[in-house]
Design a protein around this ligand. Structure first.
Ligand code: AMP
Ligand code: MG
Length: 539
């Protein structure tokens, strides 16, 4: 196993793309450049909280008791390795539907890009390592609370099979950072932390948008060609220059990857919370874990983001349409290079079809049913699926537990169960109503009877259907309140729950004896507690 010093840096982003000639780390508008060189700000006392060994494996490195302190120094930004050329990216974006101009890596500093023994390229990015030219009015720092949320959730998403950026490590800085968590005039000092994120590339829709908005078309073309070469090399014509066809194929693949990512979000009950175009990866990776959340009781209109509480633009059920809207903004940004908008429109239309067919397939898999011949002609929906969501919302039931327990409904037996026994099979997921009274569960019982009839009719043996369903319906997701419990302990200096949540998240589809608490539905105390139900962007 090579040492930390043997990471091999390729740094294609900074070597092949135009940089900002201004070397000073001062907030400013950066023109005609994809990046600015900037060093991480040294921190007082870096200490490793946790690391993901699977991500270390991707980089061909290993964290051992001997190199742990050196690792913490490097991945807090205190020490640069030979070959690291730290930089922040310039990008813009639409925030909550409005063009916001230059945003950029305000609290992210890329250490560089490495290539591993399998020829894979990975960019290492510190989040919370100090200000950059893109920090605007903010400090470039991150707190332990939000860093734990990003670290745990991005790794959990990976193990759930959801495309995502990865997290190598989380390090506390030994310094405190003042945050007003809800922007309500109650600032407090919190422990600072740095997460090292890892992805094949961190390019966002907004990296292209900023050039088009500024009419910097040469730079736009350079970035588009670079992206084609480095992130979509399989689409580059064998001989010769990038063509309109290659650009269109790249956009089409971005649409496809975005559709796939959002189908997965809907499958596991993930709500991103800030789907601004600067938070959309061109590789279709979930990126920028801020005020995200997990659906607990099924509520299609839920958004975890306090900033979004009024408009609910980024609510669970709206995510597919927002994906489309964001792709439309990307298409607009690419027109000056592609020339003809037609092939981009084709890609956008294909997004809608791909999302819908992917969603239908995903829901059928969650229910363990085949796609029905009698689909609703207008919507293409299977009535069993279409009827389910409103029913679950009404029933105040936990999404994860409901779908997981469906696999226990028997389809083999010729005699149907009565409603009471069917309801007993899913009863662990029911929450009480606001008033503490039980919700009418009869409609769920009726639906379960229809469901049992359907699986009986389809005839797939329970022994086959059950495991298949359990492979797409997770038992363990990093529930909002669990992450908050891990944060509470960590702020008191105890990182055991962070590490245990990471461990549990490695096998989200497999029952882990002794870890029942990690699958439990949200307790009553967490319903309105800050951090468990709603978060602000600064989270
Ligand atoms: P977000 O919506 O959280 O992805 O952030 C939008 C923009 O604000 C991005 O350009 C971020 O880099 C920047 N930003 C967020 N928090 C901070 C911070 N604490 N310091 C500097 N920039 C920040
Ligand atoms: Mg962002």
């Amino acid at each position: 196993m090579p040492s930390l010093e043997s990471l091999r840096f390729t740094n294609r982003f900074t070597r092949e793309l135009p940089g900002d000639p201004e070397p000073h780390n001062a907030r400013r508008q950066v023109r005609q450049a994809c990046w600015s060189g900037v060093s991480p700000t040294p921190v007082a006392a870096p200490r490793l909280v946790a690391h993901a060994r699977e991500v270390a494996d991707l980089l061909d490195i290993e964290v051992t008791p001997e190199n742990e302190q050196a690792f913490a120094e490097i991945f807090s930004g205190n020490r640069l390795l030979a070959g690291m050329e730290p930089f922040a990216m310039c990008y813009g974006g639409h925030q909550f539907g409005h063009w916001a101009g230059q945003l950029g890596d305000g609290r992210a500093i890329n250490l560089g890009e490495v290539v591993n023994g399998r020829g894979e390229h990975w960019t290492l990015q510190l989040k919370g390592a100090g200000p950059t030219p893109y920090s605007r009015t903010a400090d470039g720092l991150a707190v332990l609370r939000s860093s734990i949320r990003e670290f745990l959730c991005s790794e959990a998403m990976h193990h759930l099979g959801v495309p995502t950026t990865r997290a190598l490590s989380i390090v506390t800085t030994g310094e405190s950072v003042v945050r007003d968590m809800f922007y309500d005039g109650h600032p407090r000092a919190e422990p600072g932390a740095v997460v090292c994120r890892v992805a094949p590339s961190f390019t966002r829709f907004g990296n292209f948008q900023i050039f088009t908005a500024r009419q910097e078309i040469d730079q736009l073309r350079t970035l588009v060609d670079f992206t084609l070469r480095t992130d979509f090399p399989h689409l580059l014509p064998k001989a010769g220059q990038p063509s309109t066809e290659a650009y269109a194929a790249m956009f089409d693949e971005i649409c496809q990857r975005t559709a796939t990512m959002i189908v997965h979000w809907m499958r596991v009950g993930f709500v991103h919370g800030v789907m601004n175009t600067d938070n959309m990866s061109i590789l279709g990776l979930t990126i920028d874990y801020g005020p995200y959340g997990w659906l607990e009781n099924v509520d299609p209109d839920w958004t975890p983001n306090t900033t979004d509480a009024q408009g609910r633009r980024y609510r669970f059920v709206a995510q597919p349409q927002i994906g489309h809207w964001n792709l439309l903004q990307l298409a607009n940004a690419l027109v000056p290079v592609v020339g003809d908008p037609k092939p981009l429109e084709t890609g956008l239309d294909a997004y809608v079809d791909r999302f819908q067919s992917g969603y239908r397939r995903m829901m059928a898999d969650k229910l363990g049913i085949g796609l029905h011949d009698g689909l609703n002609a207008a919507t293409g929906d299977d009535p069993l699926v279409a009827d389910l969501w409103p029913l679950l919302a009404e029933a105040n039931i936990d999404m994860t537990l409901f779908f997981r327990s469906l696999a226990t409904i028997r389809g083999d037996s010729a005699t149907p169960d009565d409603h009471a026994s069917l309801l007993a099979a899913v009863s662990s997921g029911f929450y009480e109503s606001e008033a503490g009274a039980a919700v009418d569960r009869a409609p769920v019982g009726e639906w379960l009877a229809r469901y049992q009839a359907r699986i009986h009719e389809e005839g797939v043996p329970d022994s086959v259907r059950g495991p298949r369903m359990n492979a797409v319906n997770p038992l363990y997701v990093p529930r909002n309140y669990l992450a908050q419990l891990a944060i509470d302990k960590a702020e008191a200096g105890d990182f055991t729950l962070v590490r245990e949540m990471l461990e549990v998240s490695r096998r989200p589809y497999t029952e882990q004896p002794g870890r029942e608490a990690f699958a439990a539905k949200r307790p009553e105390w967490a319903r309105h507690r800050a951090g468990c139900s709603m978060l602000s962007c600064s989270s």
